[in-house]
Design a protein around this ligand. Structure first.
Ligand code: ZN
Length: 91
């Protein structure tokens, strides 16, 4: 079965679940998640900046000049991102 992926509000390309900012923000219990009603890439991809305010906590991602890096947020986002990489259970 082919899934139809939601489109990113920044770049218009399909967003796979493992790089979906809304899914990852929910996993991280981000208080801003309900405000982020639009699908967006989490990590930057070719042609899309993604969501640097959140993705900056993942190793190797660029920092966000608008939101200073908060070390207390790091573990939360890394854990949420890791969870989003697990394949969905088919039951
Ligand atoms: Zn995008």
């Amino acid at each position: 079965m082919k899934k139809i992926l939601p489109l990113c509000d920044k770049c218009g390309k399909p967003v796979p679940p493992e790089n979906d900012m809304i899914i990852i923000a929910k996993l991280a219990e981000d208080p801003r998640a309900p405000l982020a009603a639009r699908t967006r890439h989490f990590l930057s991809i070719d042609g899309c900046p993604g969501s640097p305010s959140r993705a900056q906590y993942i190793e190797g991602q660029p920092g966000d000049p608008l939101r200073p890096y908060d070390p207390t947020q790091e573990e939360k986002w890394r854990e949420a991102y890791r969870k989003a990489q697990l394949p969905a259970r088919e039951e």
